[in-house]
Write a protein that binds this ligand. Structure first.
Ligand code: ADE
Ligand code: ZN
Length: 335
């Protein structure tokens, strides 16, 4: 198949997205509209200027703009609009199931509580489910640059919304904030019946992936591309089949890899790790899920069987019910 044919095939296939920060889907036009609504000053005169600012040196330089951008989200309808805009992209990209991360502390730290953002998220998710059968779950992430105590307070503040949350996650600045810093709160989350995921091995070393597996007992690793530096870890991941939610455009934008041609997602897949493709923060990194597949098709020696495996892996790696999973795996097997 030509690259064009592969792209058409991927675009029309049903897919799953497992690593998507809802705050990272805030498009510049919505950011500017919300700033105007709430009479907030932004350091950008127009959308072009916002886009030009998205030129990052590393993870931290991105996070500074990402947390600043989220400050325009203030009332229930803002969070509804944010979620609704992303779910419309899912419909366009044939993303039939999505597990969406959100960062409560980014909002609670500026006085915007669970009773503001959760109803907004839920209203959009219910509408998408009703209108076109969108399937969505929520992952609540703790900010690792803050203390474990703050994460525990966040878990407690979520008590009345636990039925709406499938898992907890760990994100923000990785270096200097190893997973084991959050051992206690992840144990509490497990006791509450929540699944666990953590960003590890994005900028941080392979040791952080071991620590996410051993101290936090995670079901999936977000990113995990630096696992390649540790042969013992690679052997473990091949055997255990812990999924990696890899984000190609994010990794090149944040200079984890200099160029897409150097990205190791195909290498990981060919070695037998359970790699998946995801968008991370699509508004900041230049593309949604299909764009991430297209970038991989453009720059790596991808064949159709790779794409089939990546898509099948995302269904298998998801937290959807077994019944739902079997239904979709049957469907994509004959696709
Ligand atoms: N928060 C949003 N995107 C992130 C990323 N790629 N790494 C860590 N924290 C994040
Ligand atoms: Zn992420």
């Amino acid at each position: 198949m030509t690259k064009t044919e592969l792209k058409l095939w991927v675009a029309s296939s049903p897919k799953v997205e497992l690593h998507l920060h809802i705050e990272g889907s805030l498009e510049p036009d919505l950011m500017m509209a919300l700033a105007e609504k709430h009479h907030l000053e932004l350091p950008y005169a127009n959308i072009e200027e916002v886009k030009n600012a998205y030129d990052f040196e590393n993870l931290q330089s991105f996070l500074d703009l990402y947390y600043f951008g989220a400050s325009v989200l203030k009332d229930e309808d803002d969070f509804y609009q944010l979620m609704w805009a992303y779910l419309l992209k899912c419909k366009d990209d044939n993303v039939v199931h999505v597990e969406i991360m959100f960062d409560p502390q980014t909002h609670t730290e500026r006085g915007v509580g669970f009773d503001v953002f959760m109803p907004g998220f839920k209203r959009a998710m219910q509408q998408a489910e009703q209108e076109w059968g969108q399937s969505c779950l929520l992952i609540m992430c703790f900010l690792r640059h803050l203390t474990e105590q703050s994460a525990i307070e966040t878990l407690n503040a979520a008590t009345t919304y636990l039925d709406d949350i499938v898992a907890v996650g760990l994100d923000s600045g990785e270096l200097g904030n190893p997973p084991e810093k959050f051992t206690e709160v992840f144990k509490m989350a497990k006791e509450l019946g929540l699944k666990r995921v953590a960003h590890a091995g994005e900028e941080g070393p392979a040791d952080y992936i071991w620590s996410a597996l051993n101290a936090l007992d995670v079901q999936r690793i977000d990113h995990g591309v630096r696992s390649i530096e540790d042969p013992e870890l690679i052997a473990f991941l091949i055997q255990s089949q812990h999924p990696l939610t890899v984000c190609p455009l994010s990794n090149t934008k944040l200079k984890v890899f200099k160029h897409m041609q150097q990205h190791n997602v195909l290498q990981l897949l060919d070695l037998g790790l359970m790699a998946t493709i995801n968008a991370d923060d699509p508004s900041y990194f230049g593309g949604y899920l299909n764009d991430n597949f297209f970038a991989v098709i453009d720059h790596l020696p991808v064949e159709k069987h790779h794409l089939q495996k990546l898509i099948e892996n995302s269904f298998n790696a998801s937290f959807m019910t077994t019944e739902h999973k079997i239904k979709w795996l049957d469907k994509i097997a004959t696709y």
